[in-house]
Design a protein around this ligand. Structure first.
Ligand code: APR
Ligand code: PHB
Length: 394
């Protein structure tokens, strides 16, 4: 079967779905090819902090209703070290900036429902997606769908297929420059239907490692603790997880942690990664296909949204006037914001995690504590953290 569309999209994660939905709102047709089933994509548990710019884009896409009903607005975070939790307010009264706690899973569900409602589901379980025709100016996607060959002839292809996707691999090797830092640890995450330990998130630098108290709702919590890369979830019973977490949160917060059976438990590696440029001729990258951040700054989903913001502007310009100026500027504009988030996520990770050189009382640990002590007493340092955390302007 052969289809013709304006924009061919690979991947139905947040980037692909949000792009397709915003293009639809502007009367631009797109087709999404997704290698997994809807249930598989929905089942992936990811972060849950939305910058205001992301919330505004979801409203613009017409999928903000449940987000505003169920999302939790936060205007501060806690940073704990030496057993004491210090609140960093975002001074929303001054900046007007807050973040909204709403799981990426929920964002994905809302966008998938919007596609289904207009009868334009992604092609789920599309196998062996291949890109061709970029050099010839006839951009084409081919795959196996429900056992039959499917060809999608497009004007533009956007790779929203994540870090492990095919689109970045389709760039000529002499065009692409990549930058990567792999961290020597991972995050063990647990989702549980227990009351969150605090109103706001708490980022904890404990001498044994990093821990994070997050949430999904007033009755569902998300916790993380730093773990070794060679550990497996099988080594972490619920009891061992809760005991470790309570110990790391110390006397002030630990006893307040409500425990219960985990409904999801997983280990994720941490990396900082950027691929430049984010465009080759009619092939564009958006989201994790072009960049990955350690989750410490909660930037992954929000960077996918900002890429989509810039790309949608360029595509609307192109399809409505024929001008390529927005598309020509896309990569530089997107990367400028990507690198500010990469830097912030790198800084916040280095400030809060235990690195191999951090012997408990080693120089590296003492420097972390010195910087944390400075941070929590300096209005300008707190303002700098806040403006990065809530999201810099597009
Ligand atoms: N063919 C078709 N689909 C593919 C292929 C392929 N070869 N490779 C990957 N995909 C799909 C994946 O199954 C996934 O659904 O592309 C989608 C990519 O989604 P994400 O990895 O979520 O990336 P993105 O949409 O950019 O969102 C970034 O998601 O993973 C989190 O931490 C990340 O918060 C960040 C956000
Ligand atoms: C989450 O709730 O999953 C979460 C929150 C903040 C982060 C990372 C993950 O920095």
């Amino acid at each position: 079967m052969t289809l013709k569309t304006q924009v061919g999209i690979i991947g139905s994660g947040p980037a692909g779905l949000l792009l397709s939905q915003l293009l639809h709102k502007q009367g631009i047709d797109s087709v999404i090819l997704e290698k997994h089933s809807r249930a598989h994509v929905e089942g992936r548990i990811r972060a849950g902090i939305l910058e205001q710019g992301t919330v505004d884009m979801l409203d613009e896409a017409g999928v903000g209703e449940r987000l505003h009903e169920e999302g939790l607005i936060h205007d501060g975070i806690g940073i704990q070290f030496n057993g004491v939790n210090h609140r960093i307010g975002f001074k929303a009264r001054d900046t007007g900036k807050t973040v909204t706690v709403y799981g990426q899973t929920e964002v994905t569900k809302d966008l998938m429902d919007a596609h289904a409602a207009r009868g334009q589901d992604p092609f789920y379980e599309a196998e062996d997606v291949r890109i061709s025709g970029i050099e010839a100016g006839t951009p084409t996607l081919k795959c196996l769908f429900q056992g039959k060959g499917l060809e999608v002839q497009c004007k533009i292809i956007v790779g929203c297929d994540g870090y492990h996707g095919v689109s970045r691999q389709s760039f000529p090797s002499d065009v692409l420059n990549t930058f990567e830092r792999v961290y020597p640890f991972g995050w063990l995450g647990v989702l549980a239907d227990v009351k969150p330990v605090s109103e706001e998130l708490i980022y904890n630098n404990h001498k044994n490692g990093f821990a994070l108290a997050s949430q999904r709702s007033a009755t569902r919590s998300r916790y993380y603790i730093q773990c070794e890369l060679n550990e497996s979830v099988e080594e972490w019973s619920d009891d061992r997880f809760w005991e470790t977490l309570i110990h790391m949160f110390g006397e002030e917060v630990g006893p307040k942690i409500e425990t219960g059976p985990s409904i999801e438990k997983s280990i994720a590696p941490l990396r900082s990664f950027v691929a430049e440029p984010m465009r080759y001729k009619s092939l564009f990258l958006a989201g994790d296909s072009a960049h990955v951040v350690p989750p410490t700054g909660a930037k992954g989903l929000n960077l996918a949204a900002s890429d989509v913001h810039y790309l949608t502007e360029g595509l609307v310009d192109y399809f409505s006037t024929g001008s390529t100026s927005g598309l020509d500027l896309y990569s530089d504009r997107a990367l400028a914001r990507v690198w500010t988030a990469i830097r912030f996520s790198w800084w916040f990770t280095h400030l809060t995690h235990r690195f191999p050189e951090n012997e408990t009382h080693g120089m590296a640990y003492k420097l972390q504590i010195a910087e944390l002590e400075y941070l929590v007493q300096s209005e300008s340092a707190k303002a700098s953290l806040a403006e990065n955390y809530v999201g810099l302007p597009f």
